[in-house]
Design a protein around this ligand. Sequence first.
Ligand SMILES: O=C(O)CCC(=O)C(=O)O
Ligand SMILES: [Fe+2]
Length: 386
Amino acid sequence: MSSDFSPAYVYQAPKGRRGGRGAGRGALESPLCRRCGVRTGPGSWRGPGPTFIPGDVVVPVANCGVQEYNSNPKEHMPLRDYITYWKEYIRGGYSSPRGCLYLKDWHLCRDFPAAAEDVFTLPVYFSSDWLNEFWDALAVDDYRFVYAGPAGSWSPFHADIFRSFSWSVNICGRKKWLLFPPGQEESLRDRHGSLPYDVTSPALCDTHLYPRGRLACPPLEVTQEAGEMLFVPSGWHHQVHNLDDTISINHNWVNGFNLANMWRFLQQELRAVQEEISEWRDSMPDWHHHCQVIMRSCSGINFTEFYHFLKIIAEKRLLVLGEAAARDGAGLGFEQAAFDAGRITDVLASLVAHPDFQRVDTSVFSPRPEELLQRLRKAVAATSAP
Ligand SMILES: O=C(O)CCC(=O)C(=O)O
Ligand SMILES: [Fe+2]
């Protein structure tokens, strides 16, 4: 797999440092591009192509030492300042009064579209990526991230957004992943039903706090080496520790294989919101609408936006199927479009039948959901016609 991936940045190991924290490749020491041999200037990041990432680009940085709910507080700072901090952190023996800061969820491709092409080529295995296809169509956002942090930085226990798949490639450094198959997280809930922040915490052995902790299987532990790619299946909870100074590229993505998981997750999210505010169900006007609003702010999406997501992908697939029919042949991408259309049809049928979606005013949607469903069904039937 690594041959499909073109890491633009390779960092030379500082001489004489082997073993221990930050061992292996020093992410900040004399960065050298393997493809063109370009060394970066201080506080900036130069790719092999014409793109130059300026040091004053503002990046999101989490403080790994501070728990805020089940996550870490984030601040924003210029990349140059983060690199300066990181070098000082290494010089200070992997310690700083500012704590352990982790540059994470940096939308490098969104911020520097030209850099995306310089930095890497998307492996074909991960190219059916509807979340990024959707956001690219709207030119608003993406789910393509860069993570960079010193040895000891880590990401708390979580499952990925919308129960998407994720892939991660280490440009340099190593990560330890603790992975739990779907459902295992239930045994890790505390007596209030909350999931842990840190699955390595000794508190999990306290049966008073975590009554079902003993039932939990040990996690699948994987060490991801430099240059290796890791695939996280849909719905697997995980916690990730950087064993060295590490830089990685991580994408979240959804396609026809996990779309049903995303839809199941959204229904669960809505049910959870409805339970939470059930006492106002009869007294609050527009209670159902408020549930959708809360759901959007907690989960990042509501039923209307989910319809919009399905619509954008469905219309693109219908176009491919229509063009292929007009050419009277199966062109490139026909099989993929037919498969995708089939999966969208099933989930859209379920969405259209959902009582909470039926409360949404869809009269302004173009096309109306029922109409889109009909078009999809016709196109799918045509693909399987003899
Ligand atoms: O590398 C990390 O710190 C977290 C990555 C992650 O959670 C993911 O790719 O899903
Ligand atoms: Fe994750």
